[in-house]
Write a protein that binds this ligand. Structure first.
Ligand SMILES: Cc1cc2nc3c(=O)[nH]c(=O)nc-3n(C[C@H](O)[C@H](O)[C@H](O)COP(=O)(O)OP(=O)(O)OC[C@H]3O[C@@H](n4cnc5c(N)ncnc54)[C@H](O)[C@@H]3O)c2cc1C
Length: 482
C-alpha cells in the first residue's frame, strides 16, 4: 500500500497538467492552490499505513484475497457499509474537510449492471470492470467519479441539445476502443487522481445511446484537459499567509475536465450504448454514495463544533446556557446526519454479482437531510462566533508593527489567551462555513442536489410495503373501509 509520499510521487510522475489562474502548469503537486488538497489525500494514504488504524482502514479484497484499503473495497456486508460511513467521518474529522476517497461507491452499481448487461447481450463489461477494480486495488490508486456533465438546457435531451457535446459522448468506435468528447464539471480531486471513472449524470432515453458510456480513463490520457475552478478566498493561498487560511494544512480542489477526443480501449469500457440500463445504475449510485454523507459531513461538522466551542471558551462563554444549548443543537444535527447514514447502511441489501448497497429511501434521505442541515450548523456557529466571523482583519494587520499592539489588545477575548489563538479559531470556522473548505456547497450539490435526492425518496417510497399498509390503516381508521 502506498504511503502519502509514494502517492505524491506517483502523481508527480504522471503527465498531468492544469489551467489555473491564467496559466498552464505541469507542477500539480507543488502548486499553492492544489498542494493543500494533495496533502489531504496523502494524509489518507498515511492513515491507511498507520498500524493503529489498520483495523478500521484495512480489509481483504474479495477478488484477490490480498490486503487493500477500505477506500477500494467492494462492500460485501452490512458491516462494510457501516465501516465506510465511519471511516469517512474519521478521515474528515482529521482533515476538517473532504477526504477525496469516494470512488468505491460506484463499484457495486457498475458490477451489478455490467453483469446484467453481459447476461443479456453477451458483452464483456463485467469482466472488464472487475479487472479495473483489481488494477486500482493492487496499485492503491486514487479514482475520481466523473459524473456531472455541463447539461446545457436542462429540459432538452442530450441528442437534441444545440451543442451535442453538452453531455459526454462517444463520437466514434473502432476495433481497439472508443473516442470520448465532452466535459465533466465540478470534479473533486480530479487533477490529482490516477484514474477517472466516467459515468453519465442523467438517465438518458432511447436516442441518446452515444451518451450511455461508462469507462475508466487515466488522468493523463491524451486529450484530457483540466481547468481549475476558483473558490471563495483562494487568493489567500498566494498571499504568504497562514492564519488567514483557516485550515493551515489541508484544502479542497475541484476542476473542469475536458475530454478532447480521448481514446479509451475496449478493456476499459463498462457500458457503451445500453441506454436502457442507465436509470438502474444511476439510481444505485445514489443509494451507494449518499449514505457516505452521514460520515463525510459529520466529520467536517465535528471540527466545526469543536472550533465553535473552543471559540466560545475563548470569549468567556463556555458555561453560558444559550451557548451550551446551541452547541448541543449542533451536536444533535450532526448525530442525526450520522444516524441517517448508519441506518441506511444497516438496512443494506445484497445485490447479485456485486455486493451490498444501502436502503434506497434512507440513503437518499441521508443526503437530502444533510443538504439542509449544514445551513443550520453554520447559522449556529455564526451566532456563537459573533460579528468577528465576518469582520476580522487580516493576519497582515496583526503582524504590522505599527498596529500589531492594537490588534493584540482589541482582537482578544479572555485575558489569558492571546488574540492570535482567537483569530485562528475564527478563520477555521470561516474556512469550514463558507470559505476555502466550505461544507455548504459540498452538502448542497455534491453527490447530487437535494431535489434529486427528494425525487428518489418519492420514487423508492412508493415501492415500500409500509406505505401501502399505512394507506390501508388510514382508510380503516377513519372508517372508509372496514
Ligand atoms: C463541492 C462540489 C463537489 C462536487 N464533486 C463532484 C465530483 O467529484 N464528481 C462529479 O461528477 N460531480 C461533482 N459535483 C457536482 C454535483 O454532483 C452537481 O453539482 C449536482 O449534481 C447538481 O448538478 P449541477 O451543478 O449541474 O446543477 P443543476 O443540475 O443545474 O441544478 C441546479 C438546480 O436546477 C434544478 N434542475 C436541474 N435540472 C432540472 C430540470 N430538468 N427540471 C427542473 N429543475 C432542474 C436542480 O434541482 C437544482 O435545484 C460536485 C459539486 C459540488 C458543489
Amino acid at each position: 500500500m502506498k504511503t502519502g509520499q509514494e502517492y505524491k510521487d506517483s502523481i508527480r510522475s504522471m503527465n498531468l497538467e492544469i489551467y489555473i489562474d491564467g496559466d498552464k502548469t505541469k507542477n500539480i503537486v507543488d502548486h499553492p492552490k492544489i498542494k493543500p488538497a494533495i496533502e489531504a489525500v496523502a494524509k489518507t494514504y498515511d492513515m491507511a499505513n498507520d498500524p493503529e488504524l489498520a483495523e478500521q482502514f484495512i480489509t481483504t479484497s474479495h477478488f484477490t484475497g490480498e490486503p487493500i484499503t477500505r477506500f477500494q473495497h467492494v462492500p460485501q456486508s452490512i458491516d462494510d457499509l457501516m465501516r465506510k460511513v465511519n471511516i469517512t467521518r474519521y478521515c474528515n474529522r482529521q482533515l476538517g474537510m473532504c477526504s477525496f476517497r469516494c470512488i468505491q461507491n460506484a463499484f457495486v452499481p457498475i458490477l451489478y449492471i455490467t453483469a446484467k448487461m453481459d447476461k443479456k447481450n453477451g458483452t464483456n463489461y463485467h469482466h472488464n470492470f472487475i479487472e479495473w477494480i483489481k488494477y486500482v486495488q493492487q496499485n492503491d490508486l486514487l479514482g475520481c467519479p466523473a459524473i456531472t456533465d455541463p447539461k446545457g438546457d436542462r429540459t432538452i435531451a442530450a441528442h437534441e441539445q444545440p451543442d451535442l457535446d453538452m453531455y459526454l459522448r462517444v463520437i466514434s468506435k473502432n476495433k481497439e476502443g472508443i473516442i470520448l468528447r465532452g466535459a465533466k464539471l465540478h470534479q473533486t480531486g480530479a487533477v490529482f487522481s490516477h484514474e477517472k471513472l466516467v459515468i453519465p449524470c442523467h438517465t438518458h432515453r432511447p436516442g441518446d445511446e452515444d451518451y450511455a458510456v461508462i469507462c475508466a480513463v487515466p488522468s493523463d490520457a491524451k486529450g484530457i484537459i483540466h481547468v481549475s475552478v476558483r473558490h471563495p478566498q483562494d487568493d489567500r493561498y498566494g498571499e504568504n499567509v497562514e492564519i488567514d487560511l483557516g485550515n493551515i494544512k489541508y484544502g479542497v480542489h475541484e476542476c473542469i475536465v475536458i475530454f478532447d477526443d480521448v481514446f479509451v480501449p475496449w478493456e476499459r469500457v463498462f457500458m457503451c450504448g445500453e441506454v436502457e440500463y442507465l436509470a438502474a445504475v444511476i439510481n444505485m449510485f445514489g443509494m451507494a454514495h449518499r449514505p457516505t454523507t452521514g460520515g463525510c459531513k459529520t466529520g467536517w461538522a465535528d471540527v466545526l463544533i469543536a472550533a465553535t466551542e473552543l471559540f466560545a471558551e475563548n470569549q468567556g462563554l463556555a458555561t453560558a446556557s444559550h451557548v451550551r444549548d446551541k452547541i448541543t443543537d449542533m451536536i444533535a444535527i450532526t448525530e442525526t446526519m450520522y444516524s441517517c447514514g448508519i441506518a441506511a447502511s444497516a438496512r443494506g441489501i445484497e445485490m447479485p454479482d456485486s455486493g451490498y448497497i444501502s436502503d434506497p429511501v434512507l440513503a437518499n434521505n441521508t443526503k437530502y437531510y444533510a443538504s439542509k442541515a449544514v445551513y443550520d450548523l453554520i447559522r449556529l456557529a455564526e451566532d456563537i462566533t459573533g460579528g468577528i466571523l465576518a469582520c476580522c482583519p487580516s493576519e497582515k494587520e496583526m503582524n504590522n508593527p505599527e498596529i500589531a499592539h492594537f490588534m493584540a489588545r482589541f482582537l482578544k477575548g479572555v485575558d489569558t489567551t492571546p488574540a492570535e489563538d482567537r483569530i485562528r479559531l475564527v478563520r477555521l470556522i470561516e474556512n469550514i462555513s463558507w470559505g476555502l473548505g466550505s461544507i455548504l456547497h459540498s452538502a448542497t450539490h455534491g453527490g447530487g442536489s437535494g431535489q434529486a435526492c427528494k425525487m428518489s425518496i418519492a420514487e423508492f417510497s412508493k415501492m415500500e410495503k409500509m406505505r401501502q399498509q399505512a394507506r390501508d390503516s388510514a382508510l380503516r381508521l377513519c372508517g372508509i373501509i372496514k
